[in-house]
Design a protein around this ligand. Structure first.
Ligand SMILES: [Mn+2]
Length: 165
């Protein structure tokens, strides 16, 4: 089963909808581009070996909240206070990570089209029984425009949190 966690864009969405398997979630860019008519803001599935997982763009109920690898645990816990499941998300930060914060395991799946990683290619994650980060080279893959550290610093500033440790 494939889950796409938002900011898909109209052309990629058309391709995904021509296939039977992908589940697509609405991202903030999809909402702003008004192509969100029938995309859900989040989806819940039970994943073998992981349990109940909530898939969303940022956090359930909000498609713009920023959580980077550096976001202080207290802020992450507050953002997920109303969420019972583990969380798999994407958002604007485009960087893969796997964090445990209190009761939650927060996984950022990374970006297929615009990764801010050390290596080029489509970044994604295979779930169950483990969290297995994957990278797939494709013909049009471009070099990342930022490193993971640069991305974390940028987005923490964007969220008004300065430079978190
Ligand atoms: Mn976004």
């Amino acid at each position: 089963m494939i889950v796409v966690c938002g900011d898909i864009g109209p052309s990629a969405l058309a391709v995904l909808r021509s296939r039977p398997d992908p589940h697509c979630i609405r991202g903030n860019a999809d909402r702003e581009d008004r192509i969100d008519a029938d995309l859900p803001p989040s989806l819940g599935f039970v994943v073998d070996g992981l349990g109940a997982v909530r898939f969303c763009h940022a956090v359930p109920g909000d498609d713009e909240s920023i959580i980077t690898r550096r976001t202080p645990p207290g802020i992450v816990a507050a953002l997920l206070a109303d969420t019972a499941e583990h969380v798999v998300r994407y958002d604007h930060t485009h960087v893969q990570y796997d964090r445990r914060v209190g009761e939650h395991r927060v996984v950022n799946c990374g970006s297929v089209g615009l990764p801010y990683e050390a290596e080029p290619g489509a970044h994604w994650v295979m779930l169950g029984p483990d969290v297995d980060f994957r990278r797939t080279i494709y013909t049009a893959a471009s070099l990342p425009e930022a490193t993971p550290d640069e991305a974390a610093e940028h987005f923490e500033r964007l969220a008004g949190r300065g430079t978190a440790p």
